[in-house]
Write a protein that binds this ligand. Structure first.
Ligand SMILES: Cc1cc2nc3c(=O)[nH]c(=O)nc-3n(C[C@H](O)[C@H](O)[C@H](O)COP(=O)(O)O)c2cc1C
Length: 311
């Protein structure tokens, strides 16, 4: 069963993906956070995050979010011109401003759009492989049914399912019963995504759904970057080993920010999210000190003093 790294806007950017693959590994494929169309063009910042990481040793697939055929075609054409031959379609984003504009999970329930896109994929884009990442629906856990009927007719490499509705955001019950129903009717390989934070969580899903193609892990990989490697290896790293590798990962990413960003506040706002999901591992005190540090000097001291730095 393959392990995929989930896209998380603001977290799994090019530096994180690059150094995560180098230091921890275990991931079959990384996805960029969604690339969007804004003010008549593909958002430059999103595109740069993909382009800056093209020469990698790991597999990377750009993900796009769109509300109509025009946005879809522009995004695909731009990415194709940059050399992309696989593209992931975001039909799951629950962020209200995106959903209300018909993007993400808003597009999942727009069957006219799904049919238009299907036609475009089948007739104009035979050279690109597509995959889909979706939720169960916007406000009902059965809304996937109409969409899946359309998606079943498409040549997709896989579908990733996060078995929640958009209304649930990232919390609450995972609808495993609905996921099970999807496994019965999907013609495409499936990835399960949601709340996998440990080896036990992984085994519970793998045992319950042995026929799936793999799992996609998001927050669990930010909280324990070794998790994909641990699943592949079948055992966990010691706390000491994890601390060492985590410090190394942070050092590389922080150095990258120092070299590429201008000004203290830009550097700190790019660097601090690294710790957002690590409170449990590094402890509340260390977490607080790192998060409230003002200025690069204080920030650096805050993790160096706690043994979270390696040369
Ligand atoms: C802060 C944040 C940003 C996210 N950004 C994206 C995104 O750009 N594209 C996407 O498909 N999903 C995005 N997601 C959803 C995750 O990829 C994933 O589906 C979700 O977190 C559930 O998986 P997990 O429990 O393993 O984290 C985001 C989630 C969070 C919390």
């Amino acid at each position: 069963m393959k392990i995929f790294s989930a896209p998380l806007q603001g977290y799994t950017n090019s530096a994180w993906r690059h150094f995560h693959a180098e230091i921890f590994g275990g991931v079959h494929c990384y996805f960029t956070p969604f690339i969007r169309f804004e003010k008549g063009e593909v958002r430059r910042r999103d595109l740069n995050d993909y382009i800056s990481e093209l020469n990698t040793n790991h597999t990377l697939v750009p993900q796009i979010i769109f509300r109509d055929l025009h946005e879809f075609q522009n995004l695909v054409t731009t990415l194709r011109a940059k050399g992309a031959n696989s593209i992931d379609l975001n039909l799951g984003c629950p962020f209200p401003p995106q959903v209300h504009h018909g993007r993400g999970s808003g597009a999942l329930i727009n069957h006219t759009l799904l049919r238009d896109i299907s036609k475009s994929i089948c007739t104009d884009l035979p050279d690109i492989s597509f995959s889909v990442k979706m939720r169960l629906g916007v406000d009902s856990s059965a809304q996937w049914q109409g969409a899946l009927e359309i998606l079943n007719a498409l040549p997709l490499t896989h579908i990733t399912i996060h078995p929640r509705t958009a209304a649930q955001q990232y919390k609450g019950e995972l609808h495993l019963d609905q996921f099970k129903s999807i496994t019965a009717v999907s013609r495409h390989p499936l990835l399960f995504n949601g709340d996998i934070r440990s080896l036990d969580d992984f085994h519970r899903i793998a045992d319950t759904f042995p026929a799936i193609h793999g799992v996609m892990i998001g927050r669990g990989l930010l909280a324990r970057p070794s998790l994909a490697h641990e699943i592949a290896a079948g055992h966990t790293l010691s706390d000491e080993e994890l601390r060492h590798k985590l410090s190394l990962l942070h050092r590389h990413i922080f150095t990258h920010h120092l070299e590429t960003k201008c000004g203290e506040s830009q550097i700190l706002s790019a660097a601090k999210p690294f710790w957002d999901y690590l409170e449990e591992f590094i402890g509340h005190k260390a977490f607080k000190a790192i998060k409230k540090a003002t200025g690069i000097d204080k920030y650096t001291k805050s993790f160096q003093q706690r043994g979270l730095w390696v040369n």
